[in-house]
Structure formats: C-alpha cells, structure tokens
Write a protein that binds this ligand. Structure first.
Ligand code: MG
Length: 373
C-alpha cells in the first residue's frame, strides 16, 4: 500500500495469525482478512439482522449488512485521508457487527441476561468467537484465522474480568493501552454510520419528523444550509441532502481533529499510538453536537412506543428460546447438541446469536405455537 504514515499498521510488522500460513500471492494480508469475512456465513446472515427496525418491517431500512458496508466506506475514507492502512480498516469495519444477535440491542440484552450465570453474552466477544472458532470453512483450523490486527479491531470493548482469558489480545484492557488508529477510527465510523442512518430510517418510518429534528443542532445547521442553497427542496431530497452533509461534516471533522491529535502528541510510530491516549476523536464542538443527536435518537426513536413494542417482543422471543433449549437440549439441531455436551449454555447462546430476525421468529413459532411444526 503506497505511502503509509509511519504510525499506520504495516503488514511487515504484523503480529501474524494464530495458525501460521503462507503469504497470499496477489493480496495483502488485510485484504485476505477482508475477503475471508465477506465469504463467511456470519457475514451473509447480517442481511437479515437489524438494529432498530426488524427486517420484515420494510425493504428500505438498513440491515446490519448495509450498515457494515456503510461503515466500511466511511472507515476507508478516514484511513486513506490519514494515510493509514485502508485494507485493515475495511476488514475491521466489515467484521465489526458479526457477533450481533437477532433484533439488535434488545436481543443482546436478553441473551446477556439469560447467560448471567454462565459468563454473560457480549456481541464484541461473540464477533471474535465467530472469526476465531465458529466459522467452519478451512480444513486446517477452526474460524477464519484472521491477523492479530483485525482481531484487535473487532474487540472494541472487553471487561476486566474477561480480558485475562484473551491473552495478548486482552492485555490492553488491563494495561490501558490503545489499539491501532485504524481500529480507533472504525469505532467512530460505526457511530457516524448508525446515527445518520437511524435519522434517515427514522424519518422514512414516520416515527420521527423533520420538525422534531430541528432540536438537534447538527441537523438544524445542515438543514438550514441546504434550504439556503436550494430554497425549493423538500421531502426525500431535503432529507438526503441534509444527511449526506451531516456524514461528510462528521468525517471531515474527525480527520482534521485526529490529524491534530497525532501532531500534538508527537506520534511517530505504531508503538506511540498504542501508548498515547485515544487519538481518533471529533473536535469538542462536533463531539457535543454528535452526542446531542444520539440523545435525540434515544428519546425520540429508540424509546418510541412502536419500537419498544418490537424490542419487548424480541426480548421475549430470545428468552423463550433460551429457556426451551436449556430445559431440553435435545431440541437443538444436532451440531449444537454436540457443542452442548461441552458447555450447554454457551452452545445455546451460539445458536441463538447466529439466528437472523426471521429465523428466530420462525424457530419461536416452531417451538411454542400449537399447530406449527
Ligand atoms: Mg455497528
């Protein structure tokens, strides 16, 4: 990759893969990681998993798949502008949501509650578990055998309790060091992605309105600029032009502020990046606006009664499924029955976490609805 900054992740300094493999012939190591993720089963399942809206509610809402593609696009832009490793940023972004349960955060919270006495459930750790263990695609090893740097980026958070189990990968959660800039930026690309598409999907669904959004400074500022430039614009075009500008202003601000932070901290190497405080950041003013937008979405969209009705149902579906399988693991598909012999609750969590929204709904019907088979 041409002209990387000296503090970018470079393939020649990679900490490698858990199972050593020959170098790829025509790709970089991080391109290979990306390709492995794109070809995985967990990646294809993202098409039928949702964050706020359940998959069958409409064809135009984001799914985790389209969200992951949007995050990858933003992350690549950020990485290229800062002369970081774009292939690595893309690989991290495309895998960042692999471990999500069906039904977004409601599903994860329910599964975590079911797993309370058995080590809990956390989607970041589950993403890592998928790429390290659960994908079955290679003769020589379990999982996808991704590079250390991609795995580090996938593991955004980790509790102090879990970190020691993860060896080298968990160490930074104990010693307070940071991941690569590519990983730090993917986190913020994720935030830019979901806040803005939740505005778009929220408006499309009719659960929030353009008038309400005037409360959110970042929307109000960009919408005013759009109206000034295009006084006759209305409807979808006004919304899309405003959202487009919000994404762009956040990305540009993030690139500039991160560049300033790198210079101010005198960062010269990747080692410096790991030892410094987090470098990827929005400016203070943008951070405040972005936070206000998140707050707006929480109050007006995520806690909207129609969304709460769905999340409540989602919680019930996940909890019922877990309870039924725990009571009688013979109801599990055969491969999970084998896994359940070693660790029953974890095998059930793996099975449920892998379900798409519609599969979970169907499975619930099969197990609980009288008259269904
Ligand atoms: Mg995400």
């Amino acid at each position: 990759m041409a002209d990387l900054a000296p503090y970018a992740v470079s393939e020649s300094a990679s900490r490698g893969r858990r199972h050593p493999e020959a170098q790829p012939a025509a790709r970089s190591e991080y391109q290979r990681d990306r390709d492995r993720v794109v070809h995985s089963t967990a990646f294809r399942r993202l098409e039928y998993k949702t964050q706020v809206f359940v998959n069958h509610e409409g064809d135009l809402f984001r799914t985790r798949l389209t969200h992951s593609l949007e995050v990858a696009q933003i992350a690549r832009t950020l990485a290229r502008a800062l002369r970081l490793n774009e292939d690595l940023a893309e690989a991290i972004a495309l895998s960042h949501d692999l471990g999500h349960t069906p039904f977004g955060h409601a599903g994860q919270d329910a599964l975590n509650a079911c797993m309370r006495d058995y080590g809990g459930f956390e989607h970041n750790l589950q993403s890592l578990r998928i790429v390290d263990l659960l994908e079955e695609r290679y003769g020589a090893f379990d999982g996808l055998n991704l590079t250390y740097e991609t795995r580090e980026g996938i593991l955004k958070h980790c509790s102090q309790k879990k970190a020691p189990e993860l060896g080298e990968l968990g160490r930074r959660f104990l010693d307070g060091t940071q991941p690569s800039l590519e990983a730090q930026l993917c986190n913020l690309a994720d935030e830019i992605g979901y806040n803005n598409h939740d505005v778009d999907d929220g408006l499309r669904s009719g659960l929030i309105t353009v008038d309400q959004l005037e409360e959110a400074g970042i929307w109000a500022r960009q919408a005013a600029a759009v109206r000034e430039e295009f006084p006759s614009l209305s409807g979808r075009r006004l919304i899309h032009e405003t959202v487009r500008r919000m994404i762009n202003s956040l990305a540009v601000d993030l690139i500039e502020e991160t560049g300033r932070n790198i210079a101010a901290a005198g960062i010269r190497t990747l080692h410096d990046v790991r030892g410094a405080s987090p470098l990827a950041a929005f400016s203070q003013a943008m951070h405040a606006e972005h936070k206000a937008l998140k707050h707006f979405l929480r109050i007006n969209l995520y806690q909207h009664y129609q969304v709460l009705r769905m999340t409540n149902k989602a919680r019930r579906i996940v909890t019922d499924l877990f309870g039924a399988f725990k009571e009688d693991p013979r109801l599990l598909p055969p491969q999970y029955q084998v896994m359940a012999k070693a660790d029953k609750p974890r095998a059930i969590a793996d099975y449920i976490a892998g379900m798409t929204d519609r599969y979970a709904i169907r499975e619930h019907r099969r197990l609980f609805a009288v008259g269904e088979i």
